[in-house]
Design a protein around this ligand. Structure first.
Ligand code: HEM
Ligand SMILES: [Cu+2]
Length: 559
């Protein structure tokens, strides 16, 4: 394979800031780059809302008594916190945000396959989010983000119905997006870009989109039936009328377990892009990483009942789900070792993007290990519905997804805005996030093993000390976003110019101007090498040389 990917000619006229006028971001634009940034900014705002709700939850838990909010409000706070974080931040930021921005650029396409559908998918999100939050005025849903009946049929109806409607809208948005990604990746790659020379982020998006398409409709079905039970007096899930609440659990987890991978696969993909660039080494095990994404998708669809080990699932079935769940650790482990192999002996550039990337790998390993523990029935029976579960899910979702999304923001910010972020503020942001995160969630493992139940506003005073520690951690975590917000706004307006390819990366999105012009490339991009051949030519920082060499190779004979 030749040495670099390159597009001829690199447009030079577009790197003025404001090339896409600011008001475009408030319109029904069909440009995938505008839509990607609309997703990222909107979902980040929801992340701040979700964070504020989490801070309220932790403030209540700072002391053993119920003193900050009422029990009812507490239930709504953690329910809406979780719903916002999952459906309005991580899912849409990873797929809609980064997916939209990067996929067409990485495969050398001009836009997504269905640009209008893309805009529709985005514009479902703000109303759904506002709807969800407005339900606080009528008594928001308070039966957890899982909304299990019969509990969800017993609490306030208006809040619950709004919760269902909002999640249905968000699910619709995600299905529309998934269709678009699959068609775009399968049909619109540059001539010459086979599946095995496609950037790993695109593989991950393909795997995640397949999951969305197969599982989200099942959630929609469950929620529609639940709304019938709630409003029309049917009894699909309502035991007082002969319905079966366990069926709801099956349907819910048939979506919501894969949802974990819908959240994490795009992040896996981003990490596979970021580590080799900043370690200046070829990715270790390209095919292993690519195919393990597909394996994770497939296995992810058949493990849902590990959430139901204590719901009366018969033993033989628990065995099946336990074993399948543990098998998922294999493709996941393959990725982890490939990333470590990539970092091993690399020439690491310890900037904010790589720090968040390595933070992701280490925190995700902790979440993965507690996941394997939870997968084993004997342990799960003991720690089910305790803080051990809360610790586990936050190591995966926060330590995994959020750290990864931040790594992506630091890595692609120069491409998106044409400006560099400030590294000192970035490192401050990383250090505060890392400390705050571990202080918040590490003690929860111990709390859970000692028997502290989750989803309660009041707890045994013997848990007080560790809970106080968690709450202090939360305040540090909340404060840690300030350097990032300041950095992003300030740098977007006045940061130093980034140039086309500040990291000397080899994937196609770096072979056009920053920010890229409408339709992405001025000429026709030409593909001359594998995306991760860092250092192969000279074993040092020889990328400049490689690019100039390949420029000679790349002059196409004809269109
Ligand atoms: C993006 C990041 C986050 C995500 C995706 C997330 C997700 C979730 C989820 C899914 C739940 C529901 C657990 C359940 O009841 O089934 C939850 C609950 C909770 N989260 Fe977060 N969370 C995030 C950030 C935070 C932060 C920053 C805090 C700060 C302390 C936090 C604290 C809590 C607490 C205390 C609960 C309540 C647990 C309970 O009583 O059951 N979360 N979160
Ligand atoms: Cu699961």
């Amino acid at each position: 394979m030749a040495q670099a990917q390159l597009q001829v000619p690199i447009p030079q006229v577009h790197h003025e800031h404001g090339e896409t006028p600011w008001w475009t971001y408030f319109t029904f634009s069909t440009d995938h780059k505008v839509i990607g940034i609309q997703y990222l900014v909107t979902t980040f705002i929801f992340y701040l809302v979700g964070g504020a709700l989490a801070t309220a939850v932790r403030t209540e838990l700072a002391t053993p008594d119920v003193d900050f909010v009422s029990r009812e409000l507490y239930n709504s706070l953690f329910t809406i916190h979780a719903t916002v974080m999952i459906f309005l931040w991580i899912v849409p930021a990873g797929t809609g945000g980064f997916g939209n921005y990067l996929v067409p650029l990485m495969i050398g396409a001009r836009d997504m396959a269905f640009p209008k559908l893309n805009a529709i998918a985005f514009w479902l999100i703000p109303p759904a989010g506002i709807l969800l939050l407005s339900s606080f005025f009528v008594g928001a849903a308070g039966s957890g983000w899982t909304s299990y009946p019969p509990l969800s049929l017993m609490n306030g109806k208006a809040g619950e119905l709004i919760w269902i409607l909002s999640v249905l809208l968000l699910g619709t948005s995600s299905i529309l997006g998934a269709i678009n990604f699959i068609v775009t990746i399968v049909k619109m790659r540059l001539p010459g870009m086979g599946f095995n020379s496609m950037p790993l982020f695109c593989w991950a998006m393909l795997a995640a989109s397949g999951l969305v398409l197969l599982s989200t409709p099942v959630l929609a079905g469950a929620l529609i039936l639940l709304s019938f039970d709630l409003m029309a007096g049917t009894a699909f899930f309502n035991p007082t009328g002969g319905g079966d609440p366990i069926v709801y659990q099956h349907m819910f987890w048939f979506y919501s377990h894969p949802a974990v991978y819908i959240m994490i696969l795009p992040v896996f993909g981003m990490i596979s892009e970021i580590l080799p660039v900043h370690a200046r080494k070829p990715i270790f095990g390209y095919k292993a990483i690519a195919y393990s994404s597909i394996a994770i998708s497939f296995l992810g669809l058949i493990v849902w009942a590990h959430h139901m080990f204590t719901s009366g699932t018969p033993d033989w079935l628990r065995m099946f789900f336990m074993i399948m769940t543990m098998i998922i650790a294999v493709p996941t482990g393959i990725k982890i070792f490939s990333w470590l192999g990539t970092l091993w002996g690399g020439k690491l550039r310890l900037n904010s993007a790589l720090l968040f990337g390595m933070g992701f790998v280490s925190m995700f390993v902790i979440g993965g290990l507690s996941g394997v523990m939870l997968a084993s029935v004997p342990i799960d029976v003991h720690v089910h519905d305790t803080y051990f579960v809360v610790a586990h899910l936050h190591y995966v979702l926060f330590g995994g997804s959020v750290f990864g999304l931040y790594a992506g923001l630091y890595h692609w910010f120069p491409k998106m805005t044409g400006r560099m972020l400030n590294e000192k503020l970035g490192i401050l942001h990383f250090v505060m996030t890392f400390i705050g995160f571990n202080l918040t969630f590490l003690p929860m493992h111990k709390l859970g093993l000692a028997g502290m139940p989750r989803r309660v506003a009041e707890y045994d005073p013997k848990f007080a000390a560790l809970n106080l520690l968690c709450t202090i951690g939360t305040y540090i975590l909340a404060t840690s976003t300030i350097p990032f917000i300041v950095n992003a706004i300030w740098s977007w307006i006045a940061g130093p110019k980034a140039g086309n390819n500040p990291w000397k990366a080899l994937t196609l999105e770096w072979m056009t101007s920053s920010p890229p012009p409408v339709e992405n490339f001025d000429g026709d991009p030409v593909l001359v090498c594998h995306p991760y051949d860092y250092g192969v030519a000279t074993r040092t920082e020889g990328v400049e040389e490689m690019i100039s060499k390949s420029r000679r190779l790349a002059i196409p004979d004809g269109p």
